[in-house]
Structures are given as structure tokens and as C-alpha cells.
Design a protein around this ligand. Structure first.
Ligand code: MLT
Length: 266
């Protein structure tokens, strides 16, 4: 599906129907395709939407060379949801998708009925983290998207996933290498600029599910536990046998956690 939103062509995948709308926001540097298992397997009584964020997948980046900030992505989502005529949505963001969910909450909280925060972090980057993003952006601009695939894949998937499901690693590599190098660089710069969302956590007054892969080294179980403790109405599910991408690595366990949460808040 696609529509022109704020002058750019925005693309999304969609499944199911129903008053509850769940918006799946993808990780860096992936696109809405990372949610295809969920769109195929989750109950059809919910409307499931998986957009490609600006610059990724089949959504165009626009002409600017500015960093792709989390606020920019959140504004795009808000305009797109207006275009779709949705009211309040459950926002499910993984990693960078979670940073976008925090930015969306900061700006449009009245439009959020629940949050699912997967393998993400509330804090901003350290200076060292920012420097690493600037280095990645420069290398990707100079050498292409495969640099990002090489750098990131060992941290995205658990050892067991890499050993047991080489086809998933190939899918992931293909997804990363299909993204425009400039979008990867601009989003890396945008993540480096993101605000600290930690003070926001205690203000979140909708039900929250925090999901984390038990072997995630990027957004750890400890960080997920701290988020759960800080958010008034939050529960935590740890997915065994997964690192940073539990919805792809352990889709059955991920889907079960999501379905239980959505049913509990219905
Ligand atoms: C992601 O999966 O979106 C990235 O790991 C986020 C990050 O680099 O902080």
C-alpha cells in the first residue's frame, strides 16, 4: 500500500481488520518487511500496519540531506495515521522503532492507546556511542550499505540463530543491503541526536509491554527491566533464544507475548 504524505511516497504493509490498530515500527537499518511473520500469523481481528520509515524500504527519503531524526519519523507517522483516518493506535517499536515510539509519545500521546517497546532503550547515546554512529555513517557513505550489514549482523542475531537459521541471516543481510546508503547514514546521525526519554517513562499512562531477547547485547535485559520498573503499568517478557530481533528469531514466542498483551488490554 502507498500514499503521498507530506510530499513523499510512503509505503506500508497491512493485514487484518478491526477497531484496534497496531502499528509496527521497524529497527535500523531495516524496513517494514521485518514484521512479515507477525502480519502473516497474528489474528485478523486487529488491523496490523507495518510502515517503511522515511528513506527505508519503498518509502522515499525526500530531498533533504539532514539527519533523519526520531521526531521526523514520528511526524511522518502522525500524518500517515491521519491520512488513514485512525483514532488511537497501539504502537509497537523495535529498537530504533522504540526510539520513534518515544518521540511519538512525546508529541502525540493522545493518539496512543498502548505501547510495545521491544529491544529498545530509553536513554540517549553516550559521546562514545555518537562517535561510533558518525563513523558508521561516514563508512556507509563511502563504501555502501554492506558495511552496515557486516558491522551489525553479529549483534542483531543470537549465536544459536546464526548457527541454526542461516536463511534468516541471509534475509537480514539482503534487507540491510537493499537500503539506500544515504538513508542508513542519515538515520545513524538522527539516532545520535535523540533525546533522553528516561524522564518520560514515569509519565506513560497507557499499558506497556516491554519485550527483550534474552541474549540482546544492544538493549539488554537489565535495561528492559529498568524500563518496566519505571513505567507505571508495564510488564516484561524475555524471549529465550533471541538477541536483538526476537520477532524474527523466535516469532512464536514473540507473537504469543503480543497476543496475550493485546487480549489483556482489550
Ligand atoms: C536498531 O536495531 O534499531 C539499532 O540497533 C538501534 C541502535 O543502533 O541504537
Amino acid at each position: 500500500m502507498q500514499a503521498t504524505i507530506d510530499g513523499i511516497r510512503m509505503h506500508w504493509r497491512e493485514a487484518g481488520h478491526g477497531p484496534r490498530v497496531v502499528v509496527f515500527v521497524h529497527a535500523f537499518p531495516l524496513d517494514g518487511l521485518m514484521w512479515e511473520d507477525q502480519l502473516r500469523r497474528l489474528p485478523r481481528r486487529w488491523r496490523l500496519l507495518a510502515p517503511d520509515l522515511r528513506g527505508f524500504g519503498m518509502t522515499r527519503a525526500g530531498d533533504s540531506q539532514e539527519p533523519l531524526t526520531m521526531e521526523r519519523f514520528a511526524d511522518d507517522l502522525a500524518l500517515w495515521l491521519e491520512h488513514l483516518g485512525t483514532d488511537r493506535v497501539t504502537l509497537c517499536g523495535l529498537s530504533m522503532g522504540g526510539y520513534v515510539a518515544f518521540a511519538f509519545w512525546r508529541r502525540y500521546r493522545e493518539r496512543v492507546s498502548a505501547l510495545v517497546l521491544c529491544d529498545t532503550r530509553a536513554g540517549a547515546d553516550s559521546e562514545e556511542g555518537r562517535e561510533a554512529r558518525r563513523t558508521l555513517a561516514a563508512r556507509v557513505r563511502a563504501e555502501g550499505a554492506q558495511v552496515a550489514a557486516e558491522a551489525l549482523i553479529p549483534r542483531l542475531l543470537a549465536q544459536g540463530t546464526r548457527r541454526g537459521r542461516p536463511e534468516l541471516e541471509q534475509r537480514l543481510r539482503a534487507m540491510i543491503e537493499s537500503q539506500p546508503a544515504e538513508s542508513i547514514a542519515r538515520a545513524a546521525e538522527g539516532m545520535a541526536l535523540r533525546e533522553d526519554s528516561t524522564p518520560l517513562l514515569r509519565e506513560i499512562d497507557v499499558p506497556v509491554l516491554v519485550v527483550v531477547g534474552g541474549e540482546d547485547a544492544i538493549a539488554t535485559v537489565e535495561e528492559a527491566s529498568r524500563m518496566r520498573d519505571a513505567i507505571p503499568d508495564a510488564r516484561l517478557v524475555e524471549i529465550a533464544g533471541a538477541a536483538h530481533l526476537p520477532n524474527l528469531e523466535q516469532p512464536a514466542a514473540f507473537d504469543t507475548a503480543l497476543v496475550h498483551f493485546l487480549e489483556a488490554i482489550e
